[in-house]
Design a protein around this ligand. Structure first.
Ligand code: NDP
Ligand code: OXD
Length: 316
């Protein structure tokens, strides 16, 4: 038994990855597993959670800080009986880099018509398609937080014209930005819309038919493209489907869904112009997550303020 406050882990991640990462983490501190149902968790002062068990707070009544296993915290804020504790988001270079890789990949895939070429390949069709360049398209990034800003900067480096939208206006070199009220002006500029928003009461259902109808028409792709790696609850999936079917949207890349896993009978799976990934745009690296939690625990135990704190008022 260590004199330091124990950590409880309740991460619905792959067990082997957690075990490997824990070999070098939290030295000199007891690590408890919520998955061990007989384990007494009352000594735990810190919890690291991803989709935690509903009874975690009853089993661990002495927690002081909650660490989210991901950047998003909707999985925590939705919990019944959530105690009034500080919640720390996961912010880390690996998470940011992985997300930007995914976003740039999706934008380039639609720019270079990867879905159409893959279809042609399956059908053994040899046909060259028109080739707009990145500079001919404007990518609009909704959500200019840690992930959105890095994606926007990297898209700009690839040559895209980039605009960004967030609740409070941001200053980013070479990128025109809009605040919440500027949404219509932002949308009317956008050929490829990238969603990197947290799920909050304000962002729920935001990506709907009315919003899609305001995207730029007549751009070099023929019709705008919708890319979402924020949260599925921000999109009205029936509207996404209808917009794709009637041509309001020319394509989509979706990593997140209203219900996950996406139902096997969803028509989205079979659409040639839709790229689907299984909430895998940017996975949390367990070793990086534990290093991040250790840094924050060191800070709190040294009397310093925690970083990356969630504002419960705004929900992110
Ligand atoms: P941040 O908290 O750093 O950024 C959130 C951004 O969204 C901010 O720019 C914020 O505006 C903006 N925003 C929030 N609410 C509104 C609103 N109502 N209107 C306009 N803008 C709003 O989050 P991250 O960048 O770290 O992460 C974003 C999300 O990405 C996460 O919450 C999570 O849901 C998702 N995610 C998905 C992953 C995946 O694999 N699919 C992996 C990791 C994260 P402001 O700057 O003004 O506060
Ligand atoms: C996250 C996620 O929020 O993986 O980090 O979705």
């Amino acid at each position: 038994m260590s004199a330091k406050r124990a950590v409880v882990i309740d991460l619905k991640f792959e067990r082997r990855e957690i075990d490997a990462a824990l070999r070098n983490a939290f030295q000199g501190r007891d690590v408890l597993r919520a998955s061990d149902r007989d384990q007494d968790l009352s000594a735990a002062g810190y919890a690291i959670v991803w989709k935690p068990d509903a009874d975690l707070f009853r089993r661990a009544p002495n927690l002081q800080v909650l660490f989210s296993g991901g950047a998003g915290v909707d999985h925590i804020l939705a919990m019944p009986d959530l105690p009034d504790l500080p919640i720390v988001r996961f912010v880390d270079e690996s998470l940011t880099t992985r997300m930007s890789e995914w976003v740039v990949l999706q934008c380039l895939s639609h720019l270079r018509q990867a879905p159409r070429y893959l279809k042609q390949q399956r059908e053994r069709v040899w046909r060259e398609l028109p080739q707009p360049e990145a500079k001919d398209l404007t990518v609009g990034v909704m959500g200019l937080g840690v992930l959105g800003q890095d994606s926007a900067i990297k898209l700009k480096m690839m040559g895209f014209d980039v605009v960004g939208w967030s609740r409070r206006k941001k200053e980013l070199p070479g990128i025109e930005t809009f605040d919440a009220d500027g949404i219509d002006a932002f949308l009317s500029r956008t050929d490829i819309l990238v969603g990197l928003l947290p799920l909050t009461p304000e962002t729920r259902g935001l990506f709907n038919a009315a919003l899609f109808s305001k995207l730029r028409k007549g751009g070099r792709l023929g019709a705008p493209v919708f890319i979402n790696a924020g949260r599925g609850g921000s999109q009205v999936e029936a509207d996404v489907l209808a917009a794709l079917q009637e041509g309001t949207l020319g394509g989509a890349s979706l990593d997140v869904f209203e219900t996950e896993p996406l139902a096997t009978d969803s028509p989205l799976w079979a659409m040639d112009n839709v790229i689907i990934t299984p909430h895998a745009a940017s996975a949390s690296d367990a070793a990086a997550l534990f290093r991040h939690a250790e840094r924050q625990i060191d800070r709190i135990e040294a009397g310093q303020p925690l970083e990356h704190l969630v504002d419960r008022g705004t929900g992110y």
